[in-house]
Write a protein that binds this ligand. Structure first.
Ligand code: OOG
Ligand code: MG
Length: 262
């Protein structure tokens, strides 16, 4: 895959994100042979473009780490992308629906490490030892593809649908909780729309962070201390509508909320 094609595909998804416009998936017409490895090259180019435009990486995110997400999106392997500073929504704030294409929300457990984790062979045990805090989060995803219709390479190239993140303020020491049996409910306008437990994420959310460290090590990269990291949606994602009040409540890990204006 030559540099020109990588740039062309990164431009394609980047422009759609900027213009808040749906596009046909890359594998649909532009380049049907896109492999996962090539998709990460496109993602890398997209991320370089964002950094060149002044955006800053907040932290990495894992995606497709639960069966609920695999089933909903019809893809079957964990992937990673990056949350940027302009995507952060403060707890309690309101987002404007027209800043997005067709946003959805999903509850996730966040991690902050006190030291870097360098793969390969990082385990959940290593992650627990290196974790300074865990925190409640809601990810806002907004695939640039029509109807969230994509293959795994498509969604990797699109920075794993990253569009927003709300981090709750209740930081907890990981040893104070049993993260696999931490339950979560996602309530919108007083109605529970999805629910699950930490174990939905690869058996234990620390497994998702270990997987991230091991995937990054293939590129000579590591998971860095101090960055908030999203471990992946626990439940299927729920579409947002103007006027929504979104509230995620976790057993022992606090809560996080925001609202949606038209
Ligand atoms: C892809 C993003 C997946 C997660 O937590 O599973 C993701 C999508 O569903 O559009 O962030
Ligand atoms: Mg997610």
């Amino acid at each position: 895959m030559d540099k020109k094609l990588i740039k062309q595909l990164a431009d394609y998804v980047h422009l759609a994100e900027k213009e808040k416009r749906e596009i046909t998936k890359i594998t649909g017409e532009l380049y049907s042979d896109l492999s996962i490895e090539e998709a990460y090259l496109v993602q890398q180019e997209l991320i370089s473009q964002k950094i060149a435009e002044g955006q800053k990486i907040v932290g990495p995110k894992m995606g497709i780490t639960s069966e609920a997400k695999m089933k909903q999106m019809n893809v079957d392997n964990p992937i990673y992308g990056y949350v940027f500073d302009d995507m952060i929504v403060n707890e309690g704030d309101a987002i404007t629906i027209t800043d997005y294409i067709h946003p959805k929300v999903e509850p996730e457990i966040g991690f902050v490490l006190s030291r870097d984790l360098q793969g390969p062979n990082v385990t959940a045990f290593d992650v627990m030892r290196a974790t300074e805090y865990v925190f409640p989060a809601i990810e806002i995803i907004d695939s640039r593809y029509e109807n969230f219709n994509f293959t795994l390479p498509d969604v990797v190239a699109d920075n794993t649908s990253a569009a927003g993140a709300v981090f709750g303020r209740s930081l907890k020491k990981p040893e104070s909780l049993e993260l696999d049996v931490v339950g979560v409910t996602l309530t919108i306008n007083g109605e529970i729309r999805s629910l699950g437990a930490g174990a939905a994420v690869l058996g234990h959310p620390a497994n998702a962070i270990a997987r991230l460290a091991n995937m990054l090590s293939e590129k000579g990269e590591k998971v860095k201390a101090g960055q908030p990291i999203l471990s992946g949606g626990i439940t299927s994602a729920v579409r947002l509508e103007p006027g929504d009040y979104v509230y995620a409540k976790y057993g022992g890990l606090g809560e996080v909320s925001f609202s949606v204006r038209s």
